[in-house]
Design a protein around this ligand. Structure first.
Ligand code: HPA
Ligand code: ZN
Length: 346
């Protein structure tokens, strides 16, 4: 069932693009394209520090996670009204559907907006309505994961959780993102314990720039079900064995890793090593408007740079559905569409 026919090397990009897939690591604020930043600024009467779309894009040269985050938070400052959040998420979902994404689990950073006086209700109403409409308009299902910013305090995360709870039917899970180094998972032990009691699905960024110890504590202290990034696990063979044995998904984002200089070149990416060790990896875009590509670009460019083949592509697509928070019937339906697509590929 999960064996592909041989795919000629020149047909590999088309094969990868054709695969139905899920995206499990996408920050919706990181899908905000420069064109939309300018359009929203104009609509909301804001003046940007950059003269043009091209000028803004020129500023997208990062040397680490923090240098990216500074620009990413500045870009998000044009989001003021429910319609702005709706338009951003709708644009992403339409673009993802064009990459044969059947299902997306979307991160959002409420503290980036509440700190500017935008209510969490405004954020969630806009994002959630876009997810609902995308099902009928683009044939893609989507759910939302609220991320706490780890450079802020745990008390701030608790306050954010309180603000969000009246709207808990609009998001399915909790994540942890922003500046990793110096902000280990255990800083958020109590708030994650509360989120777990409340029945949320739990994920956390760990081992992007941070050490393997952060992956261990995300698992053992926060009790997350997936690790976002996690690529630094390759420094710790006991951790790699555990991830493989316990089938803990990693949501890997190769173009992000290259742009934030986790690796100098895509050819140095460890995706092959992860798959070879039996780790439950997936491929995702992270912040596609900033890192130069959506999910299919991540597949195509990484495969070209590292020599991965069609069978790896199929494994990664299958993993994306299996690692998702869809229910078993939804997963089965997606896996069936994957099987049909592979059989039908000419
Ligand atoms: N890492 C941490 N925080 C983030 C990222 C990331 O790659 N993208 C958006 N917020
Ligand atoms: Zn991320």
């Amino acid at each position: 069932m999960y064996q592909t026919k041989p795919v000629a090397p020149e047909r590999l990009p088309a094969f990868l693009r054709s695969l139905p897939k899920a995206e499990l690591h996408i920050h919706i604020e990181g899908s905000l394209e420069p064109e939309l930043i300018f359009a929203l600024a104009a609509r909301n009467g804001l003046t940007l520090p950059h003269a043009s779309v091209e000028d803004l894009r020129q500023a997208y040269a990062f040397h680490d996670l923090q240098s990216f985050l500074d620009i990413y938070y500045a870009g998000a400052s044009v989001l003021l009204f429910e319609q702005d959040f709706y338009d951003m998420a709708r644009a992403y979902l339409q673009r993802a559907a064009a990459d044969n994404v059947l299902h997306a689990e979307i991160f959002f950073d409420p503290q980036t907006h509440t700190a500017r006086g935008v209510s969490i209700e405004t954020v969630l109403n806009g994002l959630h309505r876009a997810c609902q409409d995308a099902r009928s308009d683009f044939g893609i299902s989507a759910s939302l994961i609220l991320c706490f910013l780890r450079h802020l305090s745990e008390d701030d995360a608790f306050a954010t959780l309180e603000q969000a709870l009246p709207f808990r039917d609009k998001f399915i899970g909790i994540g942890l993102d922003s500046s990793e180094l110096g902000h280990p998972p255990e800083k958020f032990a109590r708030v994650f314990a509360r989120c777990r009691e409340l029945g949320f699905r739990l994920v956390a960024h760990a081992g992007e720039e941070g050490p393997p110890a952060y992956i261990w504590s995300a698992l053992d202290v926060l009790h997350v079900e997936r690790i976002d990034h996690g690529v630094q696990c390759v420094q710790d063979s006991a951790l790699m064995q555990r991830l493989a044995r316990e089938r803990i998904p990693l949501t890997v984002c190769p173009l992000s890793n290259m742009k934030l200089r986790v690796y100098r070149q895509l050819s140095q990416h460890k995706l092959w090593q992860l798959l070879g060790a039996g780790i439950f990896a997936t491929v995702n875009s992270d912040d596609p408007a900033y890192f130069g590509g959506y999910i299919n670009d991540n597949f195509v460019q990484t495969f070209a740079a590292t020599g991965l083949g069609a069978q790896h592509g199929l494994t990664l697509a299958r993993n994306s559905f299996e690692a998702s928070f869809m229910d078993e019937a939804e997963k089965r339906a997606c896996l069936q569409r994957l099987e049909q697509a592979v059989e039908g590929f000419e």
